[in-house]
Design a protein around this ligand. Structure first.
Ligand code: ZN
Length: 493
């Protein structure tokens, strides 16, 4: 194609010379102003496919732009024709090929995929014409809809709306229908409603139906939920959030993992590439159909070579395999890692430790307004403003510990107030001596600054004595399952 195009320039024509000038000029641009005359020596460079491609495109642009008008008519047609053809050639095959490639490379063994089924192509029983059977209408609730409006649209009288809505206490659920939900109305040939079905959750359906005495009664039908165990694992490369998504954890589950280990690991600044996690969780099924991911039952996080393991007990709390609570008196980081995760790479090479020694605190760079939470239960001993610390909050925890939070844009607590661990105390800002929005966090033990990310904290409480045996039994099974899953995954890789 290129040669067809090139040969056009060499055809005798009054403007040929001018076209050539543009051609060599563009070439000149890419060869860093080599002499225009040295055409032969430039061929090597021209033959480079990449440069060839760019040159070709720039030629087309230049020719079309500047010398198009000067070419004789047949040339113009030919060039546009060739260019157009090439353009189509360029665009067309790429789409189906890449679509096919995507399909092939992204399907994973053991993963669920939704299939689209076109019901229109299925054989349908033809209507007999005699309207003897009841009509079943599936109605999708629209924005601003209520039962009366839906009934009216389906040819049902206000009297019927009234009777259905008064079908017992359960019928009050119909006052809370939401857009997007579905009501199923069964209507007889006389236009009278016989049954209304309203599935208001993934497992529960409200059913209102007319009995033999012609009165409406209501009941709720609940499907049996089947719980199954699933397992996933992943490795942190740039952020825990991304690694979690890659491991097919839901947003909730990712937050849950960070929550389970948040007392031991600083998810905001303490993660490193190569950290890994192993998660066992429940899934809900109804009639063999997957409904949702549910609770995490066991998890392990390896942070900077140190492994932390958590097992869920039937009180909903997580414990170490030995039965100590994962919950401790201090969170490792007073900010949610999600707000910090974008700076993970930078932190990796940032000598946090050194920086801490220099100014006796840890800096969490985050957007202005990022929520900051109390690292532990305590009492606010200071909530004030000065020109160095900006808006700042100090919290006393028991006798020994004080945590300090500086440079807030807004303080959310007052002096003397008691706060709970995880409670919002202010938002990140750059007030006082701060170059940009960040939280400066200090941790003091008996009045001495300590590194909050490495300081030894009070030991967590153990599980109640009478629960201990039962818990250890569960933990033993869970650990075994976790290790089996890890082994299977290892064998698969
Ligand atoms: Zn600082």
């Amino acid at each position: 194609m290129l040669f067809i195009l090139l040969s056009l320039f060499y055809l005798p024509s009054p403007s040929n010379e001018r076209a050539m000038t543009f051609f060599t000029l563009t070439k000149n641009d890419y060869t860093h102003r080599k002499s225009v005359q040295k055409t032969s020596s430039s061929w090597k460079i021209i033959c480079n496919p990449y440069i060839l491609c760019i040159r070709f495109l720039s030629c087309v642009v230049f020719v079309i732009k500047k010398s198009f008008k000067n070419l004789p008519k047949p040339h113009r047609w030919l060039i546009s024709g060739v260019a157009g053809f090439l353009f189509i050639l360029f665009l067309f095959p790429s789409e189906p090929v890449s679509a096919f490639k995507n399909l092939g490379s992204t399907l994973e063994i053991g993963k669920r995929y939704d299939l689209e089924i076109n019901f229109d192509t299925f054989p349908v029983q033809k209507d007999s014409g005699l309207k003897e059977i009841n009509e079943v209408n599936s109605v999708v609730v629209k924005k601003g809809d209520n039962l009366a409006m839906i009934f009216k649209r389906n040819g049902l009288s206000p009297q019927q709306t009234y009777r259905v809505s008064k079908a017992g206490e359960l019928a009050k659920k119909l006052l809370k229908i939401m857009p997007g939900e579905v009501l199923e109305l069964q209507i007889d040939p006389q236009g009278q409603i016989i049954t209304l079905q309203y599935p208001f959750s993934s497992t529960d359906t409200l059913i209102i139906s007319k009995d033999e005495h012609n009165t409406f009664t209501s009941k709720i039908e609940t499907l049996e939920v089947d719980t199954r165990l699933n397992y996933t694992q992943g490795e942190v490369t740039n952020s825990f959030w991304n690694a979690g998504l890659k491991a097919n954890l839901t947003d909730n589950q990712i937050m849950q993992v960070a929550g389970i280990f948040g007392w031991d690991i600083d998810f905001a600044l303490g993660l490193r590439a190569g950290d890994s996690f192993y998660v066992m969780f429940e899934e809900h099924y109804i009639n063999g159909e997957f409904i949702e991911n549910a609770d995490i039952v066991a998890a392990q996080f390896v942070n900077q070579g140190e492994a932390y393991t958590a097992i869920r007990y039937n009180d909903g709390n997580f414990y170490t395999p030995e039965g100590r609570s994962m919950r401790k008196s201090f969170l490792r980081a007073p900010v949610n890692f999600r707000y910090i995760s974008s700076s993970f790479k930078k932190n990796r090479f940032h000598p946090v430790q050194k920086r801490w020694k220099a100014h006796r605190g840890v800096d969490y760079a985050a957007d202005r307004g990022t929520p900051v939470i109390a690292a532990g239960d305590g009492r606010v001993i200071k909530s004030a403003y000065d020109k160095y610390n900006g808006h700042h909050v100090f919290i006393q925890h028991g006798e020994k510990y004080v945590t300090k939070y500086l440079h807030f844009t807004k303080r959310k607590v007052k002096r003397g107030q008691t706060v709970k661990q995880g409670q919002l105390i202010g938002t990140v800002g750059s007030t006082g001596l701060a170059s940009g929005p960040h939280l400066h966090y200090e941790f003091l033990v008996d009045g001495v600054h300590r590194n909050p990310r490495t300081v030894n904290l009070p030991k967590a409480e153990s599980i109640a004595k009478k629960e201990k045996t039962k818990f250890i039994d569960i933990a033993t099974v869970r650990l075994q399952q976790l290790n089996n899953n890890k082994r299977i995954m290892l064998a698969m890789n």
